[in-house]
Design a binder for this molecule. Structure first.
Ligand code: HEM
Length: 450
């Protein structure tokens, strides 16, 4: 393995730009574009991207790959050791507040910790940790969060049994009710306008610096969030935020709302595999039992993690160097961009026996956690502080929905390994199996309430 970055020739740089980076940008880094995501699935763009990067890694003996995009120098790493260096070296000398991310996130969360200066990060990161409690598998307010999930799951179940089906858009409507209740409280549950404003700003954010900022709409988002944070309802992230620092809170909440969108997509994809594989469904249901409230549900959590490994929602983890950095025999100037392309590391057959398979066990036995290439929630000092809240909420929703004997359309692609490289979650649709066990709406709620 070579650690000295290598400049790609123009043809190879163009292949990385068109086969690896362009599909990620086209799908939308901040909010997915449904048509582009469907196109990506049709062309299985992640498979092509992985092939291109694997070929270049082999040819250049694992050296970081340097390409020029206009005036910008971007280094694409291909070895887990380089991922570790970048993530452990954050926020200095590798800042997460990189050029492209600031361009995008300033549209709706200019004060968010992820794009903060190192000085502001010193109080914003601890603030986020105080609210989100990343060290706790089950948050102090976990019971309130899983209550919100139970309510949402019951609503989804009603739609499923009334109409015979559940599609991605129906799922998403109710998912936002759960998210609004967890973050802002029951009074916010029906505030679709807040989600619409956030989505509009996220669509602008997809264009990063190429789109002007809509300050009027951003102020509208801020007003709505502040109205809930000012008089917070107990058992919500808003209440924890109000207690931790009412002045800091409104600037951080937009990130929490935005990031829950990815958790919904991950749950939908995990549910598709659960519906296609009776043995996975049986294991999800087996760990649901009356007992301590709210339960940890390790296997269901591992299923969501596996969904995030196979189909990462953070398509690329970006860093900019804050000063000159030496890599092997080369020193790269400050301001160099670095990219960790998740799909490549997450399914690398050179490192992972289960690269294209569904193997939640690898999260349970510690194999995946020890691998610096597997970074669905990033790693190091800037890793996602919301990870455990996400896994709590999504694992409970998965368990509730798994109680129904679901059939997923196009399920044969998911019933066995290898799993498709790209999965368009917007296209997922579930029905009830004919002749299968169809529990009453109340049944699964009670069973999985533990
Ligand atoms: C499936 C859902 C989610 C995934 C896959 C995810 C993933 C990530 C990743 C990869 C990062 C780091 C990005 C980087 O290193 O540049 C991150 C940061 C962050 N996430 Fe999440 N996230 C999710 C949901 C959430 C939720 C629901 C919250 C809050 C409720 C949250 C809060 C944060 C915060 C505050 C940061 C910034 C951390 C910092 O800058 O120090 N995330 N997330």
């Amino acid at each position: 393995m070579t650690s000295t970055p290598v400049d790609l020739n123009p043809a190879d740089a163009a292949r990385v730009a068109t086969a690896v980076l362009a599909p990620l940008v086209a799908q939308g880094a901040i909010i997915r574009r449904p048509r582009a995501t469907a196109w990506a699935e049709r062309h299985q763009t992640d498979r092509t991207a992985r092939k291109v990067l694997a070929g270049l890694r082999a040819r250049h003996d694992g050296a970081p790959l340097v390409l020029r995009i206009g005036p910008r120098r971007l280094v694409v790493v291909t070895e887990p050791g380089d991922v570790q260096r970048l993530l452990e070296g954050s926020p200095e000398p590798f800042t997460p507040a990189n050029r492209e991310k600031i361009g995008a996130l300033r549209h709706f969360q200019p004060d968010g910790v992820l794009i903060s200066t190192t000085t502001d990060r010193r109080y914003r990161r601890p603030f986020n940790e105080t609210v989100l409690r990343p060290e706790m598998p089950v948050h102090d307010d976990g019971a309130a969060f899983t209550d919100a999930v139970r309510r949402g799951a019951a609503a989804m179940a009603r739609r499923l049994h009334d109409s015979g089906g559940l599609d991605a858009s129906t799922f998403t409507d109710t998912w936002w009710e759960i998210v609004l209740q967890v973050v802002l409280g029951p009074a916010a549950r029906a505030d679709r306008e807040l989600v619409d404003v956030l989505d509009a700003l996220r669509r602008d954010a997809n264009w990063s610096w190429f789109h002007p900022r809509d300050d009027r709409l951003r102020a509208e988002l801020g007003r709505r969030i502040e109205s809930y944070v000012a008089v917070p309802e107990p058992g919500t992230l808003a209440a924890a935020a109000h207690a931790a620092g009412p002045v800091t809170a409104p600037g951080q909440v937009p990130h929490w709302l935005f990031a829950f969108d990815a958790a919904g997509a991950a749950t939908l994809r995990a549910l598709a595999v659960v519906a296609a594989r009776p043995e996975v469904r049986a294991r999800v249901l087996a760990e649901v039992a009356p007992g301590v409230e709210p339960a940890l549900l390790p296997y269901a959590r591992a299923c969501v993690l596996e969904s995030l490994r196979l189909w990462p929602t953070t398509l690329v983890v970006l860093r900019d160097s804050t000063g000159p950095t030496t890599w092997g025999e080369r020193t790269l100037p400050g301001g160099t961009g670095f990219a960790v392309v998740s799909e490549f590391f997450h399914r690398d057959p050179d490192r992972l026996d289960h690269a294209d398979g569904f193997a939640p066990e690898a999260w349970l036995d510690g194999r995946n956690n020890a691998d610096w290439g597997l970074v669905p929630f990033s790693g190091g000092p800037v890793s996602c502080p919301g990870r455990n809240v996400v896994l709590l909420v999504t694992s409970h929703l998965l368990a509730h929905l798994a109680a129904h004997d679901l059939r997923v359309e196009r399920g044969r692609y998911l019933a066995s390994d290898p799993l498709p490289a790209t999965m368009n979650h917007f296209g997922l649709r579930f029905g009830l199996r004919v002749g299968g066990s169809a529990p009453t709406v109340e049944g699964p709620e009670r069973r999985s309430s533990a």
